[in-house]
Write a protein that binds this ligand. Structure first.
Ligand SMILES: [Zn+2]
Ligand SMILES: [Zn+2]
Length: 144
């Protein structure tokens, strides 16, 4: 599997019965450009197309994308839900603020890769990947 492009993702969406609307295209473009998980609010801030769209519609669109396995939801709850491409090739560690709900990618060297080998051996599962989320209070929230 190669790294996903917006065009390849659009095809997958069509195969799964999603209409290739301008909003869908704008969401996929943003997610492909960003390594950081994005909230719906952040998506709207970065795209005039999405800023003009109805928030409830965007929530439903993200839910459908999650349902067909194209995006994954990370974060605390509905208000602070963040989305990233569910790209198994990209390995992901995140930190999430329990006060404001912000989610940021961590860029550190992964030290638990060997665990995957153990899990593969013990479970017989193949194509393993992992996602790791640390929770805490971000610097901005810690100052208040
Ligand atoms: Zn915070
Ligand atoms: Zn890791």
């Amino acid at each position: 599997m190669s790294v996903r492009t917006p065009d390849a993702l659009i095809s997958t969406c069509r195969e799964n019965g999603l209409r290739a609307t301008k909003s869908l295209r704008a969401i996929l473009d943003l997610l492909c450009e960003n390594d950081a998980p994005l909230s719906i609010q952040q998506c709207a801030e970065q795209s005039t197309e999405l800023a003009a769209a109805d928030t409830v519609t965007l929530y439903r669109l993200f839910e459908r994308l999650e349902g067909v396995g194209i995006v994954r939801r990370i974060g605390l709850h509905e208000r602070a839900a963040h989305y990233v491409l569910a790209d198994a090739l990209r390995h992901r560690h995140f930190v999430c603020c329990t006060r404001c709900g912000k989610v940021e990618p961590l860029d550190h060297h992964c030290t638990i890769g060997h665990l995957e080998e153990h899990v593969a051996e013990d479970s017989g599962y193949t194509n393993l990947y992992h996602e790791l989320v640390f929770y805490g209070v971000c610097p901005a929230c810690g100052r208040n």
